[in-house]
Design a protein around this ligand. Structure first.
Ligand SMILES: NC(=O)c1ccc[n+]([C@@H]2O[C@H](COP(=O)([O-])OP(=O)(O)OC[C@H]3O[C@@H](n4cnc5c(N)ncnc54)[C@H](OP(=O)(O)O)[C@@H]3O)[C@@H](O)[C@H]2O)c1
Length: 273
């Protein structure tokens, strides 16, 4: 199903922070009608930037007109805040509303307990490249037949979309694609710092390191080879790349740190559930 931007209906976004904004910006860039979007956030500055684009904005739930029926309720609050205060939004959910939660760790059954009016719940784990149409989104729902196609078509405008059929896999998904951009930003930061330490001027160090990361990512996307083959292809025996990789791979420490990183994120997702 390819839902037209106008046919999506009314979308309520609760929480215009990093993830709520990433999704909202992505939808606006993709031509979603701003007057069909309603945003609740506590920060007046955040709201102002969307208000000027034609989005309906509210600092408090009491200000949202009572007669509105939302097709999509996008919950983009921090998991801790959801547990403590989400019930105030329950009256904004009608039987025809699909609740879409992007919160890490918060399970469907917990959401249904906290928001008893929500009969249709879809969890989506996005990541921040969604704001430039390059996100990876993973969905889970017990009622996928009802709203699955609508939710998939909404989020597929922001990148690629994949379903899982076991909610427990959401912890691993969160650890890999949800939190993943931050790991790669950290790698890129270390790479820039190393380039500077080698004596390159700051601006050049940044350009060379970051454009290499971007170029390599594009090559992964466009090549038919897997990442291991791509690495072998640029590693001549006894060359500079081999010398660098030998140092990077010594003792398998990078591999075990990456494993520890993903494991810790998945464990935290489980703790939040
Ligand atoms: N960031 C990511 O990369 C990422 C990736 C995947 C999933 N997620 C999920 O996305 C959700 C949001 O994360 P985030 O990083 O976007 O958090 P965030 O930046 O803190 O955004 C939450 C926003 O909601 C606002 N808010 C808090 N309580 C509110 C209330 N009662 N009414 C209205 N607005 C309220 C916050 O305002 P204040 O700042 O004033 O508290 C903030 O602007 C989380 O559940 C997270 O698990 C995030």
């Amino acid at each position: 199903m390819n839902v037209s931007r106008e046919a999506v209906g009314k979308i309520l976004v609760v929480g215009g922070g990093r993830m709520g904004s990433a999704i909202l910006n992505g939808w606006l860039d993709q031509g979603f009608v701003p007057s069909n979007i309603y945003l609740i956030d506590r920060d007046a500055n955040t709201l102002k930037q969307y208000e000027t684009q034609g989005v309906h904005t509210f600092t408090a739930v009491e200000d949202v007109p009572k007669n509105l029926v939302f097709d999509i309720f996008l919950l983009a609050l921090k998991p801790q805040i959801i547990a403590a205060s989400v019930e105030q939004f329950d009256h904004l959910i009608s039987p025809k509303t699909c609740l879409v939660s992007v919160a890490a760790g918060v399970m469907v059954n917990t959401l249904k307990q906290l928001l008893p009016s929500a009969k249709n719940v879809v969890r989506v784990m996005p990541n921040t490249p969604a704001m430039i149409g390059k996100g990876v989104m993973v969905g889970f729902s017990y009622e996928q037949d009802m709203f699955g196609e609508l939710v998939e078509s909404l989020f597929a405008t922001l990148g690629s979309f994949h379903w899982i059929i076991d909610e427990n896999q959401m912890h691993a998904v969160t650890a890999v694609s949800g939190s993943g951009p931050a790991y790669l930003f950290y790698f890129a930061q270390c790479f820039v710092e190393s380039a500077k330490k080698l004596g390159l001027p700051e601006a050049l160090a940044e350009t060379l390191a970051l454009e290499t990361v971007i170029g390599a990512a594009n090559l992964i996307e466009q090549s038919d080879d897997d990442v291991e083959t791509l690495r072998h292809n640029v590693t001549s025996p006894n060359g500079t790349t081999q010398a660098g990789l030998a140092a990077l791979m010594e003792g398998n420490t990078v591999k075990s740190r990456v494993e520890a990183c993903c494991l810790a994120a998945a464990k935290r997702s489980l703790e939040l559930s």
